[in-house]
Every structure is written in C-alpha cells, then in structure tokens.
Design a protein around this ligand. Sequence first.
Ligand SMILES: Cc1cc2nc3c(=O)[nH]c(=O)nc-3n(C[C@H](O)[C@H](O)[C@H](O)COP(=O)(O)OP(=O)(O)OC[C@H]3O[C@@H](n4cnc5c(N)ncnc54)[C@H](O)[C@@H]3O)c2cc1C
Length: 282
Amino acid sequence: MPTPTSAVKSKPVVRSAELPGSFMKSLFAGALPADVVFPYPRQDAEARETLDLVLESFRSWARERLDGGAIDRAAAFPEAQVRDLKELGILGLTIPEEYGGGGLSITAYCRLMEEIGHHCAAIATIVGAHLGIGSKGIVHYGSAAQKKRWLPGVAKGDPLCAYALTEAGSGSDAASLKTRAVWDETRQVWMMNGNKRFITNGGHAGLFTVFARTEIRGEDKISAFVVTRDLPGVSTGKEEDKLGLKGSSTTDLYLENVPVPKDNLLGEPGRGFKYAMEILNE
Ligand SMILES: Cc1cc2nc3c(=O)[nH]c(=O)nc-3n(C[C@H](O)[C@H](O)[C@H](O)COP(=O)(O)OP(=O)(O)OC[C@H]3O[C@@H](n4cnc5c(N)ncnc54)[C@H](O)[C@@H]3O)c2cc1C
C-alpha cells in the first residue's frame, strides 16, 4: 500500500512562486506547491507549549473516557463525551480568548483534530462542525455585538453550532441553493423558508449558520444568517444513518416561515456565498 509520503511524491512538486493560480487550483491540476505545506507549519515556543498541554489533557481524558469503537456500535450521539469536552474547554479552543475561548491557531486546531480523529471519527466530526464550520461565520464575519452575544456561549459548547449550506438539490453546486429569506419591512425580520440537508450536529445544535437567497438592491444574492433553534418554524429531521461516523448527528434542517431578526444577518448582505466558501476553504 502506498504510504502518504509516496503518494505525495507521485505528484509533480512545484514552488508556490511558480503556481499557475491558487494553491487549490494547482492541486486540481495535479501539481503540489510543497513549500506552502511542508514542513508542517512551525509554531512559536509558547504556542507549542500550550498545544502540548491541550493534547496531553485530551489524551489523558481519551484514555479514560473515549472508546471510538463503542461509540460507533452504539450509533447514538455521545452525550456524556460531549459534556466532558465542554468541561475540558475543547469546544471553545479556537474561539478568540476575549470571548472566553482558547484562541488556538488553525495549525494547533489541525493538530488537535488529528489527535481526536485518531481516537474517534464521530467526536472529530462533532468538534469539526462546531468549531471548523458552524461557528466560523460569527468569528470571521460577525459584528462586535454579534460576537459578544453568541461567542461566550459557543466557547462553552452551549449552544453547539452547525453549518447549513447543502440542500436536496444543491450539494457540489452549492450556489444553486433555494432557501430564501425575504425582508419583511413591517416586522423588521427576514422571513426564511427552505430545507437544508445533511447538517452535521443538526439534531443537537442550538445555533445554525444558514445560507439563503436574498434580494439585495434588486439583485438575487446569497446572504449568511445566524438561525437559532428557539426561533419559531425551526425544526430538524430524523438522523441519517452512516458508516464509521454513526455517533455524529446528521439531519435535515427545516425552516418554515422563520422570522430571522435583522440583527442575525452576518457580515454584508449578499456576500454569503463568498463567506460559505471561505469557511469551507479554511
Ligand atoms: C456525513 C456528512 C456530513 C455533512 N455535513 C454537512 C454540513 O454540516 N453542512 C452542510 O451544509 N453540508 C454537509 N454535508 C453535505 C456535503 O457538503 C454534500 O454531500 C456535498 O457537498 C456533496 O453534495 P451531494 O451529496 O448533493 O452530492 P452531489 O453534488 O450530487 O454529487 C454526487 C456525485 O457527483 C459528482 N459531481 C457533482 N457535480 C459534478 C460535476 N459537475 N462534474 C462531475 N462530477 C460531479 C460528485 O463528485 C459526487 O461524486 C454533509 C454530507 C455528509 C455525507
């Protein structure tokens, strides 16, 4: 079986200065800009020390409490382990420190995810959906008021976050999504209607970053919203069955005449698709 290193060596290696376009474009064209990714990004001594402490605390907890095989066989959301992760602060590790998070860099986060994934793919999926995609919209594009309102809770894993882009007819072609939010001038809310599909953490999340079509200055554009589970008209569907990730939650998200408050619009109206792709790229 080829090792990861031999697989890497089989791609033509180019320097980033020679790239025909972006890093991703080069990968798709079969060229690996190795100087961008190797060696694994170095961290300064202090960051390294913090990461070592985090990894050690995770490992010692995992030895005692985490059996990935048992979680998969149970095929149920691992409530007890997720509660522990909240207490350990794992669910807030990349949230900025000023909001009660650990302020971990993306490099440290990747290292942690590698460790979590080694023990349990379902837990890695739950943490990844919460930190890697579900809360990123607020961290990157939220206003100061939005960050202050939601991030301290998110840093404690309460609410758990989810990212809602995919729909039944819109997966790879994400820009074709049909969920729509229409501005209601009288009520000063965005009335949202649509169904999202395959939403990780769906059955347990209290906060969803939702991408929906909106009319912005006469143009049809996608915008990003924070939709909380307590809003009327928000519900989730049955759990999807899966292989290997059975402990993670994957559901539909139904949005039926949801009055999304105007303060829940993330960033600039009409920039939602760019935000959605930037979050996924990261
Ligand atoms: C376990 C799990 C968790 C997920 N979690 C989330 C989540 O948290 N949030 C979220 O928004 N989404 C989530 N998704 C959805 C995921 O992002 C989509 O499944 C993905 O975008 C692919 O869409 P699709 O399943 O509709 O497949 P399709 O887009 O229908 O693709 C089906 C197949 O056709 C191929 N294909 C598609 N277009 C082309 C083309 N133009 N040319 C050639 N081949 C093509 C694809 O490569 C694929 O093999 C999750 C999915 C899974 C399975």
